[in-house]
Design a protein. Structure first.
Length: 162
């Protein structure tokens, strides 16, 4: 079963969005690393790689169904941040935007009656629940700890034992 042109276009738009997410988190990781926040930087590097993996997984799906993949222009991410909390607040906003985009992709699959795409997209819908929860948990650490313990949060996020 070949993928429809409309579904292919929707996936290509999402692939570009995933690559933008990868670049955004990479830029955030660079800033965090420069500022000495190794744990936060490690988290962002991991998430940058994960977003790129999502793009590649989607591309494989499209190609395996006889479609073509095209990457559109990827906007340059912001390069200035205030502090780690600012970065994670922006990350939450961005993850909510990604959730909207994944839901729009699912809407196209529904409209196209494309059961294979619906099934494939479901994993990303579930993933977005986890992504938002992960960032929400980090933001809760910021809310529940004094500002002078941001270094402890950095260790927690980076997986360093307290």
């Amino acid at each position: 079963m070949n993928i429809s042109k409309k579904m292919q276009a929707a996936f290509n738009a999402q692939i570009t969005a995933e690559l933008y997410s990868s670049n955004l988190y990479l830029q955030m990781a660079f800033w965090l690393r420069k500022e000495g926040w190794k744990g936060f930087a490690a988290w962002m590097f991991d998430h940058s790689n994960e977003e790129k993996e999502h793009a590649l997984k989607m591309a494989d799906f499209v190609l395996n169904r006889g479609g073509e993949c095209f990457v559109s222009t990827i906007d340059q991410p912001d390069q200035s941040f205030e502090d780690p909390k600012d970065i994670f607040e922006r990350t939450m906003e961005h993850e909510q935007w990604v959730t909207e985009k994944i839901n729009e992709l699912a809407d196209v699959a529904d409209a196209e009656h494309d059961r294979a795409s619906i099934n494939f997209i479901d994993q990303f819908i579930d993933e977005q629940v986890e992504e938002e929860k992960s960032v929400r948990d980090i933001l809760n650490l910021f809310r529940h700890r004094d500002g002078h313990t941001v270094a402890t949060i950095d260790d927690i996020v980076g997986g360093v034992k307290e």
